[in-house]
Design a protein. Structure first.
Length: 363
């Protein structure tokens, strides 16, 4: 006999039924739903919720049969959602942009520092009681100042990461993006002029013609592309081979943009090459051998894991569903969602972000 799923119920007499497949941070999102006559059911078993991370025809048709009209991902990405299947079943799909930018960029910067300066290795060495005194060659890593940071995908997160590395460590920039990152270029130019005016070496920027140019030239490469057919295994054996032998590669975007099997082999063959990973090809699992690599820093998908961001994501996800229930229109700019996040204010009567462009008459 199957074990019953553990459910936490709020406002059991509520008119509208909302199901959260995960327990989410904070309480404001709960309050917003229950104050608006929603019965909220929260699944509290981690082993159960893993089975509903990928949403396709089966789940959307089941949701439709149950009378459901909206689904909201607690993430800015929705590569785990079959939007066409949602459309076929008349389900509005929401996501949570506008709150992850700085938090994700900070984690990418943290992984860069941890990998470049071998912080995890040194921490483990110290905790094991192996430290017997200062030595000239003990955990020698990479200096970032004056080096070149490469960014693949210079959107909001990629640009925020670039600014952190440039202003924080006076790094030069090379980036690859399908579109020109005009604001980022202006920032680097202005900062370079500031440094020059103060007698320092100015920083520079370059928009690369190809992704391979970034991989060849950069000392640090951070990946910030969307995940689609064109970016699956973006980093493969051939592209790993053209990178510097002591480069640092960081991925806080999506796991499958890196061929993880090829990465493990590259790490084995190039001990000075280092990587910082927040995401993995087969989450929650790592490819065999990755966990054994001392030149890899691995963390469990925590790029958005700041208190403000995660509570904000929960709030936006809840308001997407609530907005659909109430028949609200879609918010005009999903990347400017601050009005929805103010604790002391009533959120606007709108869905913060609906990604499948359903007509307002259907929302």
């Amino acid at each position: 006999m199957a074990k019953p799923i553990s459910i936490e119920v709020w406002n059991p007499s509520g008119k509208y039924r909302v199901v959260s497949t995960k327990s989410m941070p904070g309480t404001r999102w709960i309050r917003l739903l229950t104050d608006n006559d929603c019965r909220l059911e929260i699944c509290t078993e981690a082993k159960t919720i893993l089975s509903v991370d990928d949403w396709g025809e089966v789940l959307f048709s089941a949701l439709k049969r149950a009378g459901g009209t909206a689904f909201s991902n607690m993430a800015v990405g929705y590569n785990n959602v079959d939007v066409e299947a949602a459309n076929r079943n008349g389900i509005a799909v929401g996501n949570t942009p506008g709150v992850l930018t700085e938090t994700t960029a900070e984690l990418a910067a943290s992984l860069t520092l941890a990998a470049a300066r071998r912080i995890v290795e040194a921490d483990q060495f110290m905790r094991a009681g192996l430290y017997e005194g200062w030595l000239p060659h003990l955990f020698v890593g990479n200096l970032l100042k004056g080096q070149t940071v490469g960014v693949i995908g210079a959107g909001r997160i990629g640009s925020a990461y670039a600014r952190m590395m440039i202003e924080g460590f006076k790094m030069n920039l090379i980036y690859y993006d399908l579109y020109q990152a005009t604001r980022l270029e202006k920032f680097v130019t202005a900062y370079g002029q500031f440094l020059k005016a103060n007698g320092e070496q100015p920083v520079t920027w370059k928009r690369a013609a190809t992704m391979e140019d970034v991989l060849r030239e950069a000392d640090v490469i951070s990946l910030h592309p969307v995940l689609d057919k064109t970016t699956y295994h973006l980093i493969n054996p051939e592209r790993l081979a053209i990178m510097k032998k002591d480069a640092v590669l960081v991925n806080a975007s999506r796991g499958p943009v890196i061929d993880e099997v090829a990465l493990v082999e590259h790490l084995k063959a190039n001990p000075m090459f280092r990587v910082g990973l927040d995401v993995f090809e087969d989450e929650p699992y790592m490819k065999p051998g990755l966990a054994d690599m001392k030149n890899a820093v691995v963390v469990p998908h925590i790029a958005s894991a700041s208190k403000w961001t995660r509570e904000g994501m929960a709030t936006l996800a809840a308001l997407n569903v609530l907005g659909k229930i109430k028949g609200y229109p879609v918010w005009g700019n999903p990347n400017q969602v601050e009005p929805f996040l103010k604790e002391s204010a009533t959120p606007p009567p709108a869905c913060p972000s609906i990604v499948n462009g359903m007509p307002s008459s259907k929302l």
